[in-house]
Design a protein around this ligand. Structure first.
Ligand code: SPV
Ligand code: MG
Length: 550
């Protein structure tokens, strides 16, 4: 027997990425064992991709089941096509579609293959049974298609592909239907000659003996694909040794999701509350991440001028020392009239249109589990400072960003004013002089090029010179309230400055006043003056004030 040209894998010298069909062809034709993992939706396709698989099996059984339908062609082929389109959009992986019988005769196969090529689907497997099909694991002796007629379907499919690399896999149901090895080999020979790129030999035995027997007789005349659902105990090494080309894990994503969904639903129904399940299931943020919300935010910044969304990074890694109150939670999670400080802060941010709040956690991080936020962790919170915490969230500094301490409370108009203020970097500075009166707690004092002016005609911009806890009274124009806004450009400068400090080896000990002071030496950092209506919680007295703060 000679090896068919389509079995050879040419050595690749072209640096351009393979098309999806070419990528699937390379997987199926490669001398190594390849794996295709089942998916049945855009989301599951994405999860398969993130797990590291190099190709997807769009299973007829699981696409139907996820629609609540039986694997008996109850879903129309155009319904399946719509699901496939979402899957192809959600991932860059090549998809081999379970095309059942091809949804009819040669003519239906022609149209199917054309539409699959248009949708960027890399290949199709068609099986030698009759429409409407029945799942291979149901019943005995399902009728098979006549060999000539099925070869016509294969030829029609191959003649209709508009992508030269599109893969057509001919699936043999002879073993499933109890016809034995000889019939399976006779069919494989005919389908191969009709132009099939690979043979899928299906078996429902609990051991691999049938398919291993097939592989031995077939002698790799074209690639062999298998579906070890029933012979799942077979070591994969046996498939490799037998020269199998591709293993399809055919339905395991769907089956896993059924178990997980059932358990979660049962728990919630029993408990009538969410406490047990929250934390065990994917977060809402994870859902946002999987479906690519970050890309939409970036697109909004690009295509919706004037409506640039701001994100927020809340620094909440440190313990804060409020005695017993902070023994099991960080300061930001202390309850202030039925809500944690952090929840209050997040509510204000969200009300002001900030989208995408990231909280940097550290001390007792498990105590920070609020819905609707993303978290990043500074696990070195005990020996590092605020700049290091911010650096942990560096990836999020790619657009308009609010940076705020997790223990401040302020009236919403302060944030609204800051969001509307001009400048790439703007810091909110309290001019009222609380720092002059109070005792022990240190304050982030601000030196600016102009003090606050009560003159309502005075709208000259004010620029930051420095923020430090050690300014002389004569230099001091106010107190930074722990809230700053950065445009996309400002966030880029901030990120660069963090990199510089890191390169100097000073990141661990750096705080935000230092970071902002360094930025002010290179760029215009605007001061937005406010008068009271905020507080940060450093002491028990602050906490009781916060409880009165509405
Ligand atoms: C599918 O996944 O839909 C298949 C494989 O066709 S099987 O269910 O094993 O027939
Ligand atoms: Mg199927």
């Amino acid at each position: 027997m000679t090896t068919q040209p389509n079995v050879l894998v040419p050595a690749r010298t072209d640096p351009r990425p393979l098309s999806r069909a070419a990528a699937l062809r390379a997987e199926i034709c490669s001398p190594d064992l390849s794996f295709l993992m089942e998916a049945h939706s855009g989301l599951s396709a994405k999860i398969v991709e993130e797990a590291g698989f190099r190709g997807i099996w769009a299973s007829g059984l699981t696409v139907s089941a996820s629609l609540g339908l039986r694997d008996s062609n109850e879903a129309s082929w155009t319904q399946v096509l719509e699901v496939l389109e979402c899957m192809a959009d959600a991932t860059r992986l090549p998809i081999l579609v379970d095309g059942d019988t091809g949804y009819g005769n040669f003519n239906n196969v022609r149209r199917l293959v054309r539409k699959l090529c248009e949708r960027g689907i890399a290949g199709v497997a068609i099986e030698d049974k009759l429409f409407p099909k029945t799942n291979s694991f149901i019943g005995e002796r399902q009728p098979l298609a006549k060999i000539d007629e099925f070869c016509g379907r294969i030829k029609a499919g191959k003649d209709s592909q508009t992508d030269g690399d599109f893969v057509l896999v001919a699936r043999i149901e002879a073993l499933i239907s109890g016809h034995g090895l000889d019939e399976a080999l006779r069919r494989a020979e005919a389908y191969h000659a009709a132009g099939a790129d690979a043979i899928l030999i299906h078996s429902k035995q609990s051991t691999a003996s049938e398919i291993l027997g097939f592989a031995q007789s077939w002698q790799k005349r074209c690639p062999v694909v298998i579906v070890p659902t029933t012979y799942h105990a077979t070591p994969t090494a046996l498939f490799r040794d037998a020269g199998i080309s591709t293993v399809i894990w055919a339905n395991h994503s769907l089956r896993a999701s059924i178990s997980a969904m059932r358990e979660t639903c049962r728990r919630i129904a029993e408990d009538e509350c969410l406490q047990e399940v929250e934390g065990r299931i994917a977060s809402v943020q994870e859902v946002f991440r999987l479906v690519g919300n970050a890309e939409l935010e970036a697109a909004e910044r690009r295509y919706l001028p004037g409506t640039a969304t701001n994100r927020a990074i809340v620094l909440a890694a440190s313990r804060g020392d409020l005695g017993e109150l902070t023994s099991d939670r960080p300061k930001c999670m202390i309850d202030v009239r039925g809500q944690s400080l952090l929840q209050r802060l997040i509510d204000v941010l969200v009300e002001s249109g900030v989208r995408g709040v990231t909280v940097v956690r550290g001390y007792r991080k498990e105590a920070i589990s609020l819905s609707g936020i993303a978290t990043v962790d500074n696990d070195r919170y005990a020996e590092t400072g605020e700049a290091y915490s911010l650096a942990c969230a560096r990836e999020r500094l790619d657009g308009g960003t609010i940076v705020v301490y997790g223990d401040v409370v302020f009236r919403r108009y302060i944030l609204d004013g800051l969001l509307n203020a001009e400048g790439d970097i703007v810091v909110a500075v309290d001019t009222l002089g609380r720092w002059r009166r109070s005792g022990t707690a240190p304050h982030d004092l601000v030196a600016a090029d102009r003090p606050f002016s009560g003159n309502y005609l005075d709208d000259e911009p004010v620029h930051l010179k420095a923020i430090s806890q050690k300014l002389r009274a004569s230099q001091c124009c106010g107190e930074w309230i722990g809230l700053a806004r950065f445009t996309a450009e400002g966030a880029r400068w901030l990120s660069e400055e963090i990199d510089l400090i890191e390169a100097e080896g000073a990141l661990d000990g750096a705080d935000l006043p230092l970071l902002l002071t360094r930025l002010a030496q290179k760029h215009a950092v605007r001061v937005h003056y406010v008068a009271g209506h905020w507080l940060d919680v450093d002491t028990l007295e602050d906490l009781s004030n916060a409880r009165n703060f509405t």
